[in-house]
Design a protein around this ligand. Structure first.
Ligand code: HEM
Length: 485
């Protein structure tokens, strides 16, 4: 046998042994240094416990892997996940500690495959000054003034346009409809692209390819979802470069009428990001803002079809808003003041996000040795704060598996629950689009409950993939109703 062939067969074994030795060394190093690393198991060489950690389960529970480990080791345990020695935290206090010390004791540590595809200037992976800068651009872009002036009207427009296409008694996947609305809203506000136009459709297809790759197994071979996503990313970046050039040209010619109203105009005016940086920002906002919000809307449709009392109370709230507008002689379009009246709707939003666990956990890495509750987290180890653990903790939320929006009516009296509630993260890296997301869902609920009764056309449930996913896209059947004279 030639040495090359021998090496070919030996290589995987050597790799496994090397990684096993590395994991062992990390552990041994910890022990030698007298560190009190939390209990747990490092699992298989190379793979660790990644497969068990990623095993599918309904997103309204923690899944067998977490439940077993928590029973055996407690809320803080060690493991080997995504190729790194890792502390998994189901402890709300440690989760908050990690997020509040972002940039000091901890930094983001997404698996290399995710950070490569999102881009090196994606906000999810950036740290320090550049992160602060990109965050401030995004937060300004989605500040209350813009929500009032642009996003509210646009949300209502795209939602009503979409709901008009719903056909009675013809089942359709609710997730797909929610995706259309949130995608259209984002591309209109980021690039002034209109729904249905060929360029928008082209971008949507590329983005879908990109999105599949972000959550796919990171195998960069011809034909894999990951490879297709890297290609889609390159094409999207080229498209953006072209749009930037066109916009700059139009500005020079004085023919740019709408530029200032979208993110591209805002970036060209207020910053000096290049096309790749803008591309990473755009992909981050599309990724952060499109998949999450459409999943939240779909989850609300799912939870509400099983809670007629909540639908009834929503209807009362929204009929009152419409009637009050009529009495005041106002046009029917929702205003910011109307949105602020949607108090019970906000309880439905909060409960949907708690029970739906859209972002179940995030990835961080310790910059230095950190001590917490008597345990040591060694420098360089990953830490995975699992937000869902606190959201589903029976000592915090009574009957946590129950969809109970009314529990949020008394939340101000119980700050413990607020501290345990992190659907949008916390601290330096908290969600830049949280106000936009809450508004989009509430406006969607307004038009949904006033115009439709709905039921599941087939059984389906949300499973915890990278995001909660309905295997059939949540097929629903609707009936039009008319509650407003
Ligand atoms: C229900 C919908 C949403 C949920 C549950 C959600 C959740 C989150 C969470 C948990 C984080 C923190 C990630 C971390 O700590 O590593 C985050 C960050 C972020 N989100 Fe959202 N998000 C939602 C909607 C949106 C929307 C609509 C946008 C914008 C259009 C957006 C943009 C972002 C951005 C840019 C970041 C990164 C912030 C940073 O790194 O400082 N999100 N989101």
């Amino acid at each position: 046998m030639s040495p090359v062939v021998v090496l070919f067969f030996l290589f995987p074994t050597l790799l496994v042994l090397a990684v096993a030795a590395l994991s062992l060394r990390n552990n041994e190093n910890g022990k030698k240094r007298g560190l009190n690393i939390p209990p747990g198991s490092m699992g298989w060489p190379l793979l660790g416990e990644t497969i068990a950690f990623r095993r599918l389960h309904p997103c309204t529970c923690l899944g067998e892997y977490m439940e077993e480990r928590m029973q055996k080791y407690g809320k803080i345990y060690k493991s080997n996940l995504f190729g790194a020695p890792t502390i998994v935290s189901a402890d709300a206090e440690l989760n908050r500690f990690v997020l509040m010390n972002d940039g000091r004791l901890f930094e983001p540590s997404w698996p290399k495959s995710v950070s490569e595809i999102l881009g090196k200037t994606s906000m999810l992976v950036l740290t320090g000054e550049m992160h602060r800068y990109m965050k401030s651009l995004s937060v300004n872009f989605m500040g209350i003034a813009r929500l009032r002036a642009h996003f509210l009207g646009d949300s209502e427009l795209y939602i009503t346009q979409n709901l008009r296409t719903w056909r009675e008694n013809t089942p359709f996947p609710a997730k797909e409809e929610a995706c259309k609305v949130t995608f259209n809203l984002m591309v209109k506000n980021i690039l002034s692209m209109r729904p249905g136009e060929p360029e928008t459709e082209q971008l949507r297809k590329l983005y879908m390819s990109f999105m599949k790759g972000v959550v796919a197994f990171p195998l960069n071979l011809p034909g894999t979802a990951y490879r297709k996503a890297t290609q889609a990313r390159a094409t999207i970046l080229k498209t953006i470069e072209k749009l930037m050039d066109e916009r700059i040209q139009k500005k020079k010619e004085g023919t740019d009428e709408i530029g200032e109203n979208d993110l591209l105009g805002f970036i060209l005016e207020q910053s000096n990001l290049d096309a790749e940086q803008f591309g990473d920002l755009l992909l981050g906002l599309l990724f952060g803002g499109h998949e999450t919000s459409s999943t939240a809307i779909t989850l609300a449709i799912y939870f509400l079809q099983d809670s007629p009392r909540a639908v009834e109370q929503l209807r009362e709230e929204h009929i009152q808003i419409v009637n009050a507008k009529k009495r005041r002689g106002e046009p029917p379009a929702l205003t910011w003041e109307d949105y602020k009246q949607m108090e019970f709707s906000q309880c439905v939003v909060s409960e949907t996000l708690r029970l739906g666990n859209i972002i179940k956990f995030v990835h961080r890495k310790a910059n230095t040795d950190v001590q917490f509750k008597g345990y040591d987290i060694p420098s360089g180890w990953s830490i995975i704060p699992v937000f869902a653990a606190a959201h589903l903790d029976p000592s915090v939320y009574e009957n946590p598996q129950k969809f109970d929006p009314w529990r949020w009516q008394t939340i101000s009296t119980s700050s413990a629950r607020i501290d345990n509630y992190m659907p949008f993260g916390q601290g330096l890296r908290n969600c830049a689009g949280l106000e936009l997301a809450k508004m989009e869902i509430a406006v969607f609920l307004h038009h949904l409950v006033l115009n439709f009764d709905w039921e599941l056309a087939e059984p389906d449930q949300p499973l915890a993939y990278a995001f909660p996913e309905f295997q059939k896209g949540l097929p629903i059947k609707v009936r039009r109703i008319s509650l407003i004279e």
